[in-house]
Design a protein around this ligand. Structure first.
Ligand SMILES: *Cc1c(COP(=O)(O)O)cnc(C)c1O
Length: 453
């Protein structure tokens, strides 16, 4: 009988995360103080982030970092997540490729974000913090953080991109169910929000505006810190539990991936599935290909510029070396809310620059075509974000069909789409369209990137 699903015993769940920074030949450039342009050290990040996370952020030394016992205990409620061979999808495509997916949608929060929400809240609680703030786009991160914060006894304030909050209120209701307060961004509750609304009263909000507001609240509230669900290196670190499990599960299947694919917003789920395999490319000369699938309406990897830029719209964050479309880039209102971010994490940006991975851009309709086929074959309705990874996988599987190559493709299913049904409704009714962005628009937004080099 064909075996389809691979699950680890509790004792086989990894007990350490993998820090690729320690093994990279060219290290990522450091975050810079936005005023002085001096490199920032871990201590400089303590006022904003959990101290342990700040240390992990700039750790270039230790490839393996212990997962705290308390976090591992919580991981075990929903891990390992299944690795599945997608026979039905392969058959529908008529491809000789072997397609596997790591299913990060099986936990009750519905996405991979819980993998970093748990350690971040644990570290905050441990150092005596009582309140946490954050931003969220489509709401997966807000949901995961609200739950993890409640578990560790922290109060949560979430700024959610305003347009998403209005169009898809379900996740904000879920966040409030977990005890968080939720505010649409830009709002009148912060200086940053007021400035943005004064300049542009109809601003729909972006992850950049929401980050500014959450940061400002953290900086002006005693005993309150800020938590980010993507982009940063410590977030990517926590997500490597995905790839480390997948590595063991691929071995159970008797295979090793020729290609690893994930969708790309700020880079956390991509990093999570990719870095554990990439270490074998770096250290042992393996030749696995790594593909990050971004929306063609927010193409920072394929058309952005490598530069020091801010992580938020108002310039509160440190300057980060990243592929960026400019920190005030306003992406089209596509349904993959989690992929509407202007920049890529610093590690991923360096890896892309060094040719260790590549980006592909996917139009909105192609992503939903792929999501529909996946739903109809594998029985899982994928998150609109994850549909981009599936679309990139299908492109590669079709190439295999033409060439007759039997490649092994592994992709990450970052979340399910059961709270995103209005998007599928629009797709099925023929009301969805593609958005593209012109070179002129991109150069316009890139003009505001600070001149550091
Ligand atoms: C947030 C999110 C993403 C995008 O974020 P990354 O940090 O790039 O992983 C992708 N898929 C889902 C389901 C998400 O919630």
């Amino acid at each position: 009988m064909k075996q389809k699903k691979f699950i680890l015993q509790e004792s086989e769940i990894p007990t350490q995360w993998y820090n690729i920074q320690a093994d990279m030949k060219t290290k990522p450039m450091p975050p810079l103080n936005p005023q002085t342009h001096e490199p920032m050290k871990a201590e400089d990040l303590f006022p904003i982030f959990a101290e342990e996370c700040a240390r992990q952020e700039v750790d270039m030394e230790h490839p393996w970092i212990d997962i705290p016992e308390e976090v591992l205990d919580k991981y075990k409620f929903y891990r390992s997540t299944p690795l599945v061979r997608a026979y039905a999808l392969e058959e529908a495509l008529g491809t000789p490729a072997h397609i596997y997916f790591k299913n990060e949608s099986t936990n009750p929060l519905g996405s991979h974000k819980i993998n970093t929400a748990l350690p971040q809240c644990y570290y905050l609680k441990k150092e005596g913090i009582t309140n946490v703030t954050t931003e969220t786009g489509a709401g997966q991160w807000g949901m995961a953080l609200s739950y993890a914060a409640k578990l560790f006894g922290l109060e949560t304030a979430v700024y959610q991109v305003k347009i998403t909050l209005q169009q898809k209120p379900y996740r904000s209701i879920a966040m409030r169910t977990f005890g968080a307060t939720v505010t649409g961004s830009p709002s009148m509750s912060t200086r940053a929000g007021k400035d943005i609304i004064t300049r542009d009263p109809n601003h729909p909000g972006s992850l950049g505006t929401a980050i500014s507001e959450a940061l400002e609240l953290a900086m002006t509230t005693p005993n309150c810190k800020y938590s980010l669900g993507s982009v940063l290196s410590h977030v990517s670190l926590h997500q490597t539990i995905i790839g480390l499990e997948a590595e063991k599960q691929m071995a159970m299947a008797g295979e090793y991936p020729d290609m690893v694919i994930a969708c790309f917003g700020g880079g956390s789920n991509f990093s999570g599935i990719a870095y554990p395999f990439m270490r074998h490319n770096i250290l042992e000369g393996k030749n696995t290909e790594f593909i990050a699938a971004e929306p063609n309406s927010c193409p920072k990897l394929t058309r952005g510029k490598f530069a020091y830029d801010f992580g938020d719209a108002s310039g509160y964050t440190p300057l980060l070396p990243m592929y960026t479309l400019g920190h005030d880039f306003k992406p089209a209102n596509i349904h993959a809310g989690g992929l509407r971010y202007h920049g890529a994490g610093t590690i991923v940006s360096q890896l892309l620059k060094d040719g260790l991975m590549r980006g592909v851009d996917i139009p909105q309709l192609e992503s939903f075509d792929a999501g529909m086929l996946f739903a109809r074959t594998e029985g899982i309705i994928p998150a609109p974000e994850s549909c981009h990874a599936i679309a990139a996988t299908i492109r590669e599987a079709k190439k295999c069909k033409e060439s007759g190559e039997q490649k092994v493709i592994l992709f990450n299913l970052s979340g399910h789409g059961l709270i995103d049904m209005p998007s599928y409704d629009q797709y099925i009714n023929g009301d969805l369209r593609n958005y593209s962005v012109s070179d002129e628009e991109i150069s316009h937004f890139l003009e505001n990137v600070p001149k550091v080099f």
